[in-house]
Design a binder for this molecule. Structure first.
Ligand SMILES: [Zn+2]
Ligand SMILES: [Zn+2]
Length: 258
């Protein structure tokens, strides 16, 4: 059993390595490429689809800004204190959520590109690791990506949240777990015209924990590309906490402007 798991993880590591190596080759062939925002050429591959100037113009959360301690919504307060709450996220079952920055500029373009190509540029990886190493996410013990429904996974060929989770797991030296949490309902989460409640209802019960033993008493770092209303990560958190997880800490590349 242990040997089988070891062989499985070695095979998986080789596959991940190959995926990255192939992506690197493809990207090298397509470089230099023009910036998805301003059209000038992107100086270095580590910046991904945006040039350095557009990255500099993109708002990145440093962790010291005023924000809701729980959901990470930026506020007018001048410092980040653990007693500040926005008043809108009380019912959400995760412990805390953070993002690299708002869904705009280079972050928005990077999120869109990650849906097309299973490749995480180094600059984005560096920003994600910096956010994961700050309080309160730094208490995490296990990394879990928000899963896609198997049907969606087959049509896209990869899960963008898994690409992010793999990099974080490797960078932080934490176990990656992309088997415990599964998506059992394929309902579209961003169906047009749905308000926050509609979205919550659509994803409620969409996730299940297949291996409760693996998440019990763990402080889960739940990873996704975008935090929109929090409905998806809340539905995942609910399933994880019901299965015995101690905390669910959420990290996304970006956060919708709300
Ligand atoms: Zn640019
Ligand atoms: Zn909040």
């Amino acid at each position: 059993m242990i040997l089988a798991a070891k062989i499985f993880s070695q095979k998986k590591a080789q596959k991940m390595f190959l995926t990255r190596a192939i992506s690197d080759c493809l990207l090298t062939l397509s470089y230099p490429q023009s910036c998805a925002i301003c059209g000038r050429s992107v100086e270095e591959r580590r910046f991904g689809v945006a040039c350095e100037a557009c990255w500099r113009a993109t708002r990145i959360v440093s962790g010291t800004e005023g924000m809701c301690w729980k959901c990470g919504l930026l506020s007018e307060a001048d410092v980040c204190r653990d007693d500040v709450r926005c008043g809108r996220c009380e019912a959400q079952p995760f412990t805390a959520a953070r993002a690299i920055g708002p869904y705009e500029g280079a972050l928005r373009e990077s999120v869109l590109e990650l849906k097309r190509q299973p490749y995480l540029p180094l600059h984005l990886e560096t920003l994600l690791l910096a956010a994961a190493r700050r309080q309160p996410l730094d208490q995490s013990t296990r990394v879990i990506p928000v899963p896609l429904h198997p049907r969606r996974f087959r049509s896209r060929g990869f899960n963008q949240a898994s690409i992010v989770a793999q990099a974080i797991s490797k960078g932080l030296g934490l176990p990656l777990d992309d088997v415990s949490l599964v998506r059992v309902s394929s309902t579209e989460k961003y169906r047009a015209g749905l308000d926050a409640k509609g979205r919550r209802d659509t994803v409620a019960g969409a996730f299940e924990v297949r291996h409760p033993r693996l998440v019990a008493n763990e402080d889960i770092l739940l990873v996704d590309d975008v935090f929109t209303t929090g409905a998806t990560v809340s539905a995942c958190s609910e399933a994880l906490i019901t299965a015995g997880a101690r905390k669910v800490l959420v990290l996304t590349i970006s956060r919708a402007l709300l």
